[in-house]
Design a protein. Structure first.
Lengths: 429, 465
């Protein structure tokens, strides 16, 4: 024995020494534990801060201020003679006149231009659509509701929520807006157009429908390709593959592929799928293929784990009763592994849904107003739309971006919750 | 007829042939009651027929669409070359493109006033060619599908082993699917490697790897100022390292402490709340983190800098790095937790039984035992930080400053890849190719980190298994 403490010190003194150190040790225990708790709290605070920040920024986007215009639909005003098509009348002039009528005191050219800026640029189409929908209002005066310009809209929203607007608008403009509000010419409505209209350069007109459709198409391609491919690969590797070098290579390869940065898949898509195979740029088809390659490792790994968890007795029973290996795999093992496979697939799809970087490479960043109708049309997807809006300098896009994020997070939440539900439900069985 | 439509038709024919196969099998057996005389089930004969109808036809279709473009092009070039003199043959690519554009105009019946008679004639020839190609494609696909079906139908006999045949096909299909992952890797390596080689033939590799000046604009005119086209990637590497380091400074302590607390101290109730919280952090798309970094964290940090009198850049490395750290916390914590729980409980119980406090057990027993797993986790996290794109694209700058100062603006490898490739690009300029060279560096680095991490983790696992 090299340790002399045991032999030299009497037992009571050892206890005494331990007791002396105990207080310090317990204190350091407490400190260590509180570090852990602090880290956890930091995590919670970050989640809350992130969600609170986004939701509070997003809420204004779900409402939109509309302004009432007294439009004089007289034939003289519109330049209308009998038999003319209602499509090509002078709506801009009519709009301007009705705005000037509302503010008779405005005379100078500069102020008039500012006055026109109070209204959304699509106001002339709004009064046109109103006339086309109700042709009998010709030669009457009508109240038509049109959208306010995004800056004014943000100004009013910030007055409501903060009291003091952060955005600066001109003093005369503020005066006009004030008088409009006082005369009940301005109304706040639920912004349904956010979900039904497509992208636009004007924040007050921009909506997510185009991006949502693009996302749906891209996800459809991804699901159709990645699910069968992933499951087939997993079944082969678990049930059929001989233990040899080839299988080893594939296995290492799948693990490495799962950790390759997503942007590299974008380079692959650009160099191979677009330039070599000649598929169209910006198309959901290409996006779907790139995302498939990216999510395949996730699906394969999850499916393999799930297949591995099927008890061997099931296989042995099937084989013993004369089923072939293929029959065993497809009729007995696969159905039992399905919940796990589905969970893995949903998680993989959720990853693909939020992915942005590779889609930037293959040209899905274009400004696209049309709603894509097929997988080869030019399209954009939700995360890319968020990226594009976040880059826009107009203040109105801030709320739109956050609202789009909320929509995206909503979808992700649904997908992850259903994956968790599936897992729990089949675990308990 | 487009390839997609043809595919649908092939699938339809396959469905019909499934039914045909079943009918044929029943007829061979001599009625529904005698099907047990057959060696396989009728549906297996049907499936085999469907496979034989669909697979060759679809393979042919894919092959055809792969080579159609180049064959049509070379035929067109042969035709055009006859009527053009040698001088214009050099810009044949341009001529061919013009012809294709013209052909599109003819299809859309747009104004053709600017085209010459010769061009029109070429465009007509091109349209004729593509028309023929489509007919040939449709015809051949249908012939293949139908003939395969008839061969198989003729083969169906009492003693024909349909099931064994199907299973051989199924195994082949499964094997092919498992090879796709390998093909992806090969595709990645090929695409970045070839473009990088093309890049290094324009810009020497030493200049790329050791140069300290990055400004990828190439002069369009000889007298243009500022378009020097310097491709020294050192500032990008330094920027990437700086931002990843900041991220790791946040993610490693917080992630590791969360892992320790959750695996050693937390009650099941705390765990049931904390786990979903981490899943939320892990599941938030990176573009959302980018938005958060650019529009919330960066202004906050800048305002803070103003109050303490520090000039912090609007796109400081600090903002991007901190948010990236937040993104990586769940990654570090879940992998470290796995490493900690993998340590045999006997070690832990032994230490606790000797009178050590839980924190002493963790510090002196669990952590040393789990260190390989934790190092693996950290390596994977670093590889993730290096490859992360959206946060830095949105929150870090574009200017390639060579600095280690976290309150200045730096740029990263991924930011430059995105900036160089976003939008339209021509494939022969050094600017575009530079993105692939950067991609190659990124791929090599992350691959090395991943392999190292997997090796460490595997080795450590063997110790306790």
């Amino acid at each position: 024995m090299t340790n002399s403490v045991d032999t030299v010190l009497p037992r009571s003194e050892v206890t005494e020494r331990i007791k002396l150190g105990l207080k310090k040790r317990h204190r350091s225990e407490l400190i260590f534990k509180s570090f852990g708790l602090t880290a956890l709290t930091v995590g919670f605070l970050l989640v809350f801060f992130l969600l609170f920040d986004i939701i509070s920024k997003a809420l204004p986007a779900f409402h939109q201020h509309w302004v009432k215009l007294e439009v004089d639909y007289s034939a003289a005003n519109l330049g209308y003679t009998d038999g003319d098509s209602l499509d090509k009348l002078s709506y801009r002039g009519t709009l301007r006149k009705s705005i000037y009528n509302q503010f008779p005191e405005v005379k100078s050219r500069k102020d008039k231009r500012k006055l026109n800026g109070l209204y959304s640029s699509n106001a002339e189409f709004a009064i046109k659509d109103y006339l086309i929908a109700n042709p009998d209002v010709l030669n009457t005066e009508q109240y038509v509701w049109v959208r306010l310009d995004d800056d004014v809209d943000v100004y009013l929203k910030e007055i409501e929520s903060l009291g003091e607007p952060l955005i600066r608008i001109d003093a005369t403009e503020a005066q006009w807006v004030k008088s409009l509000v006082e005369n009940d010419y301005i109304e706040k409505r639920f912004n349904i157009e956010f979900f039904t209209s497509s992208d636009s350069r004007e924040p007050e007109l921009a909506g997510v429908r185009g991006a949502l459709t693009g996302t749906m198409l891209t996800m459809l391609v991804t699901l159709i390709l990645s699910f069968p491919l992933g499951v087939a690969a997993a079944v082969y590797l678990e049930e059929f593959a001989p233990k040899n070098r080839w299988t080893d290579i594939i296995e290492v390869n799948i693990n490495n592929l799962a950790a390759v940065p997503s942007i590299i898949f974008g380079l692959l898509g650009l160099a191979v799928i677009i330039n070599v195979f000649g598929l169209p740029r910006s198309a959901p088809l290409v996006g779907g293929i790139v995302l498939t390659l990216m999510t395949l490792p996730t699906i394969i790994i999850a499916s393999r784990a799930s297949i591995k968890a099927v008890p061997p007795s099931i296989r042995e029973a099937a084989l013993g009763l004369g089923a072939s290996k293929v029959q065993t795999a497809f009729s007995h093992v696969l159905p039992m592994a399905m919940p796990g496979i589905l969970t893995g697939t949903i998680i993989g799809m959720a990853q693909a849904l939020g992915e942005t970087a590779p889609l930037l490479m293959i040209g899905m960043v274009a400004f696209i107003v049309d709603i894509p109708a097929s997988v080869t049309d030019a399209a954009t997807v939700m995360p890319v739309q968020i990226f594009l809006w976040a880059d826009s300098p107009e203040r109105g896009f801030l709320a739109k971006t956050s609202a789009a994020i909320m929509v995206l997070l909503g979808f992700l939440f649904i997908m992850n919750a259903s994956a968790a539900y599936l897992r729990r439900r089949f675990e308990s069985n | 007829m487009t390839t997609t439509n043809l595919m649908f038709i092939v699938v339809f024919i396959a469905l019909i042939s499934y039914w045909l196969g079943i009918q044929r099998a029943i007829r061979v057996a001599g009625g529904k009651k005698k099907i047990k005389d057959l060696i396989s089930l009728p549906s297996q004969y049907g499936l085999l027929t469907a496979f034989w109808c669909g697979i060759p036809a679809i393979l042919f279709l894919l092959l055809w669409s792969g080579i159609e473009g180049s064959v049509v092009d070379s035929l067109l070039i042969d035709h055009v070359a006859l009527s053009l003199d040698g001088q214009t043959q050099q810009n044949m690519g341009l001529v061919v493109n013009n012809i294709k554009n013209l052909a599109e105009k003819i299809i859309l019946s747009e104004d053709l006033a600017t085209a010459t008679a010769l061009q029109l004639q070429h465009a007509e020839y091109y349209l004729e060619l593509s028309d023929k190609a489509i007919w040939l494609k449709t015809l051949l696909t249908l012939i293949i599908a139908v003939s395969c079906v008839s061969i198989i139908l003729a083969k169906i006999k009492h003693s024909f082993h349909a099931r064994n045949n199907i299973e051989r096909i199924v195994r082949g299909l499964l094997f092919t699917c498992s090879g796709i992952a390998l093909l992806t890797t090969i595709g990645i390596v090929m695409s970045v490697l070839f473009e990088s080689i093309a890049f290094f033939s324009k810009v020497p590799m030493t200049e790329f790897l050791f140069g300290t000046q990055w400004s990828p604009q190439i002069a369009l005119r000889a007298d243009q100022v500022g378009g020097s086209g310097a491709f020294g990637a050192i500032p990008l590497f330094v920027g990437t390292i700086l931002i990843s380091t900041i991220a790791m400074f946040l993610a490693i302590p917080v992630g590791l402490m969360i892992a320790i607390y959750l695996s050693q101290y937390a009650t099941p109730k705390v765990r049931s709340v904390a786990k979903p919280m981490l899943e939320v952090l892990a599941g938030v798309p990176t573009v959302v983190y980018g938005f958060f970094a650019a529009l919330t964290v960066a202004p906050l940090i800048r305002d803070f800098g103003i109050t303490v009198g520090l000039p912090i850049a609007a796109e400081s490395a600090l903002a991007a790095g901190l948010v990236m750290g937040v993104m990586i916390i769940p990654f570090v914590s879940s992998l470290s937790e796995d490493a900690l729980t993998a340590v045999p409980t006997t070690l832990k119980e032994g230490s606790l039984g000797m009178g050590a406090t839980p924190s002493e057990t963790i510090k002196k027993v669990l952590l040393p035992a789990a260190i390989p797993g934790i190092v693996g986790a950290i390596l994977l996290a670093i590889s993730r930080a290096i490859g992360e794109t959206m946060i830095v694209v949105m929150a870090a700058g574009l200017a390639a400053n060579l600095t280690f100062n976290p309150i200045e603006s730096v740029t990263t490898v991924t930011v430059q890849i995105v900036t160089l490739l976003k939008g339209d690009q021509e494939f022969d300029s050094a600017k575009t190719l530079a993105a692939f060279a950067l991609g190659l560096m990124l791929f090599i680095t992350t691959l090395a980190l991943n392999i190292a991490a997997l090796k460490i983790v595997r080795k450590y696992r063997e110790q306790y298994d």
